[in-house]
Design a protein around this ligand. Structure first.
Ligand SMILES: [Zn+2]
Length: 414
């Protein structure tokens, strides 16, 4: 059996679906603001489910709202091959990000339909809920739930800035499904994603085979102080939570500079304070920071410095420190056999490719904790991403799509 070695995806059809997605949840010019579990997210999910049904895929939604669209294999009881990514975006997101990966899975199924090919194992296209973490922290929440890293009810309780919870919003948009969140048999997981970095574009490579991810550690820290008047309160009696978080944010940034020479990076991504008004010291604040480095031990050292910096910042500002969440991912996590199968297809199809390390977090990181997993990166102009100027051309996707097609089919026929 197996798909004809000459088979290719329909690039125009893929591009059309991308363009339709680009009209849902429009943000700044050229970009998207399709935050998870909003009305715009629902609209995109509805569109995706429609496409899947037109392609005769069997659609299921799990308890965390992730969508599974199954193309049954000849032996549907075997663990399936999953292909997916995410349809949600950042508040100033681009049109391609994870979207390309979900729609790549759909295009692959459409191509197999046209070729009238049935694989041995089922192929399941997945849209993971809340990959971005832009509305509900932490990111990759639903894929984390899928592998049992996070509890379903803990995810339901995550709140956005307005106090709305993940569980309520999931219910509201009608995507709280009944399929169990975790405990599924999976043969392999493939994810295509834009690189979100400048390497492929700079080196004129058509595609990247991802062999691992930068080890990354993050934490969400709360600081507790006291409100007081900004005028008369003596400096030594202040407990300004805003200052504690700000000190931590700049300390973490300094850690990034200290390790930058070997491509270490540290990010202060978010800082909120209450009441955050003129005339009053802040009672509480919260900040989210992370560090990453190509070397796992160095990444751990950076993480330890980040943690210590939080307590030092709290002490300097006279505030109590609570670490609310901590997470880590990355490392040498992908499956050698799958990575090799992608390399082999890249070679056979004669694309100009390179091995590459992921620096961003992806749902694939969580899937890799439990199942054989691999990723393909496609180029994006100058590596600009999480920005409305994120830009790709159709030809940027062609190699990645065809490599994915053949690697997935090969695996599904196993
Ligand atoms: Zn993404």
């Amino acid at each position: 059996m197996g798909v004809n070695a000459q088979a290719r995806v329909d690039l125009d059809r893929f591009w059309d679906t991308i363009q339709t997605s680009a009209r849902i949840g429009v943000g700044r010019p050229g970009g998207l603001a399709r935050l998870t579990l909003t009305d715009e997210d629902r609209q995109m999910r509805d569109q995706f489910v429609n496409w899947c049904k037109q392609a005769k895929l069997e659609v299921e939604v799990d308890e965390l709202g992730s969508i599974f669209a199954c193309r049954p294999g000849r032996e549907p009881d075997l663990p399936p091959v999953l292909v997916g990514s995410h349809l949600d975006t950042q508040i100033n997101g681009g049109r391609y990000d994870g979207i390309a990966g979900v729609l790549a899975g759909l295009e692959l199924c459409r191509t197999l339909d046209e070729l009238d090919q049935q694989t041995k194992r089922s192929i399941v296209v997945v849209n993971w809920t809340n990959e971005e973490g832009a509305r509900f922290s932490p990111p990759m929440a639903a894929s984390g739930g899928f592998v049992g890293r996070y509890e379903r009810d803990w995810i339901y309780g995550l709140a956005d800035d307005e106090g709305k919870t993940f569980g309520d919003e999931l219910e509201r948009i009608g995507y709280r499904g009944t399929r169990k969140a975790t405990g599924h048999a999976v043969d392999a997981y493939f994810e295509l994603h834009i690189e979100q970095g400048p390497l492929l574009h700079a080196e004129n490579k058509q595609v990247g085979i991802v062999c691992g991810g930068y080890p990354s550690h993050g934490m969400r820290v709360g600081f507790a102080g006291q409100t007081a008047h900004t005028g008369p309160t003596p400096m030594d009696l202040r407990h300004n939570a805003l200052v504690a978080a700000a000190r931590w944010a700049t300390a973490v940034d300094d850690i990034g500079w200290d390790f930058a020479v070997h491509d270490g990076k540290a990010t202060a991504a978010r800082l909120v304070a209450w009441p955050n008004k003129a005339g009053i010291l802040s009672e509480t604040s919260e900040a989210v920071c992370d560090v990453r480095h190509p070397d796992a031990i160095t990444a751990r050292v950076m993480a330890e410095k980040m943690r210590r910096a939080a307590f030092e910042a709290g002490a300097r500002a006279g505030c109590e420190v609570t670490i609310h969440d901590e997470w880590q991912w990355g490392g040498d996590i992908f499956d050698d056999t799958l990575v090799d199968s992608l390399r082999k297809q890249a070679q056979r199809l004669d694309y100009d490719w390179r091995d590459i390390q992921s620096q961003a977090g992806h749902d694939a990181y969580f899937l890799a904790m439990k199942y054989p997993t691999a990723m393909v990166f496609t180029p994006c102009k100058n590596g600009i991403t999480h920005n409305n100027h994120e830009h790709c051309e159709p030809h940027d996707f062609e190699p990645g799509l065809n490599i994915l097609l053949h690697a997935v089919v090969e695996r599904a026929d196993r």
